[in-house]
Write a protein that binds this ligand. Sequence first.
Ligand code: GLV
Ligand code: MG
Length: 320
Amino acid sequence: MMNFIAKPLINLLVEGRLKMPLRKRRCELITPAVNRGMIEKSSDLPVDQIILDLEDSVVEERKKEARHNAIAAFNELCWGGKIRSVRINSVRSPWCYHDILEIVKGAGNNLDTLIIPKVKGAQDLYFIDLFLSQLETEIGMDCKVGIECMIEQPEAVEYIRDIVFSTSRLEALIFGAADFAAAMGIPILDLSKIDEESKYPGHRWHYVLNQMAVTGRVANLQLIGGSFPGYDNDGIKNYRLEAEYEKALGFDGKWAIHPNQVSVATEVFTPSDKIIEQARKLKNAFNEAVEKGLGAIVFDGQMVDYATIEVAERILVRQE
Ligand code: GLV
Ligand code: MG
């Protein structure tokens, strides 16, 4: 008899959609590459990804120092399986060329991805992709450096369909709330106060986040929620709320800019024991039904069919 049971799983594998959660990115912690103390501390924190920043948290005079610190940190410290990334300066800045050259030559296979800020269109990523290909060949690197693209300019939202298919190196889209607010002229100085000042009746980032979610999924990319300035008291409550909104739209993780945010992001983007148990039971009940020739069943008082099983499969592949 033909095995119908695995159909949803097979659909996902054929479409490549189950590849997506292989690299966990529930929490991406970003740290200024000029702060050696914070870099050392980050290497011990339980995050999925560490980003050493050469861009907006580093003043012009210290860009070179930041590069050297990032290289030393990836070559000398133990990162325990975390994804190791560097946020370089934008392709329109005077530092980008040397950031890529020096970081890739210096850290080589100890570097997993480059985070590209202030992207305005696919052309930015073509440049990075070609540059990386030449460098990798020249220095004989074993693996390709991945790319994560920040969506924080109105142009990136407008041209997102070209951006997501610009290079096979692209692994994730990351929202940059602060730069987006600045570029749009949104007059709110403290972005940790969710919608209190703007009086806008909807969630202010909904359009961009949903655009990222839908277009990013089409290209099989991971979706990462943006930086959030609050990390204490109400700030951390609102951070959790924003992470929950992002999860509800299908996002995979969130940036953290402070150690207090790490456990919150990780918890929000890890399926709870309860939902894993429900997903397992649902899958088992459905598989039994399919064996009997039924494609829709009543489970826990609701009608479920193959679509719900896909949701269950996705929850189960995300568990640790
Ligand atoms: C991060 O880079 C941001 O602009 O929010
Ligand atoms: Mg930014």
